[in-house]
Write a protein that binds this ligand. Structure first.
Ligand code: ZN
Length: 277
């Protein structure tokens, strides 16, 4: 499932290819992508729009148009945006949409599990949209301070791992980077979020940023489906400290990595350096 580093990797290669380009033809082949909006309506509305920028907010790709509209793309489980569209896409049953740009190249949206979404917002709807979803701070942004993180965790009884996953404390963290961040911070994933002391909150902020930055540098983690927009695999999976490493030695202390479940998700941690207190 793409998290912030994977989405950022896709964004950074799409931005130079799309910025300044006009969408000449848009085909949305799967009605699930835009529902409840009819796909042909969304496709018609997108045709003629010119891309001003490609941004990211949490796990959302945000295509900014010169008209002030925004296309929000959420990749969910297995979505991906590919440019240039790979050869043989006409025969690929997982391609759900194709955009022809005014330079003659195609962008393909591919999604095996079909949970991804496209939403076209009118000008000035973006902030309301994110506020309604209580989307938290950008963890790599300047406003993501330890004080702010502490305030958003205060009083919460949910395990800290669950609090990181629900996007309110910080946007863009999923299962992989939550486990890696908690390992860096030496915080047990089951600790009630509101019980973290000041030093732990501060360590967690650093851990979140460290894990996400490393993920971006390695162009994301490819476990199954994820690819960059250029079709390349990420390399972050070679650098996990705990994620998916049950029974293997902790990179810090050598104790075997343990696995538990938090919020229904497999959760890996070092029982020695992330001891519960
Ligand atoms: Zn350890």
């Amino acid at each position: 499932m793409p998290e912030l580093p994977e989405v950022e990797t896709i964004r950074s290669s799409l931005a130079p290819a799309l910025t300044g380009r006009r969408l000449e033809r848009v085909e949305i082949l799967d009605p699930r992508l835009t529902r409840p909006e009819p796909p042909e309506l969304v496709a018609a509305a997108l045709e003629g729009e010119r891309v001003a920028d490609v941004r990211r907010r949490g796990k959302y790709l945000v295509v900014v148009f010169e008209s002030g509209r925004h296309l929000l793309v959420h990749l969910r489980m297995t979505g991906n945006v590919l440019h240039p569209a790979p050869e043989g896409r006409e025969d690929d049953p997982h391609v759900r949409a194709v955009i022809r740009l005014d330079d003659g190249s195609d962008v393909a949206y591919r999604d095996v599990r079909r949970f991804g979404t496209w939403e076209l917002l009118e000008p000035n709807e973006l902030e309301t949209y994110f506020a309604a979803r209580r989307l938290g701070a950008e963890p790599l942004g300047r406003s993501f301070t330890a004080a702010r993180l502490g305030r958003s965790l205060a009083g919460r009884r949910a395990p800290i791992k669950a609090a990181l996953l629900d996007q309110r404390a910080a946007a863009g963290i999923g299962n992989i980077y939550a486990d890696e961040a908690l390992w860096y911070a030496q915080v047990n994933p089951l600790t009630p979020a509101g019980d973290l002391d000041e030093a732990e909150v501060s360590a967690l902020r650093e851990g979140v940023r460290k894990a996400l930055r490393l993920g971006i540098r390695r162009q994301g983690a490819t476990l199954r489906d994820y690819r960059g927009a250029d079709g390349r695999r990420g390399r972050m999976q070679d650098e996990f400290n705990v994620y998916g490493r049950e029974g293997e030695p902790c990179e810090r202390c050598g104790a075997p990595v343990a696995k538990t479940r938090v919020a229904g998700r497999g959760t890996w941690f070092c029982p020695t350096c992330q001891e519960r207190h």
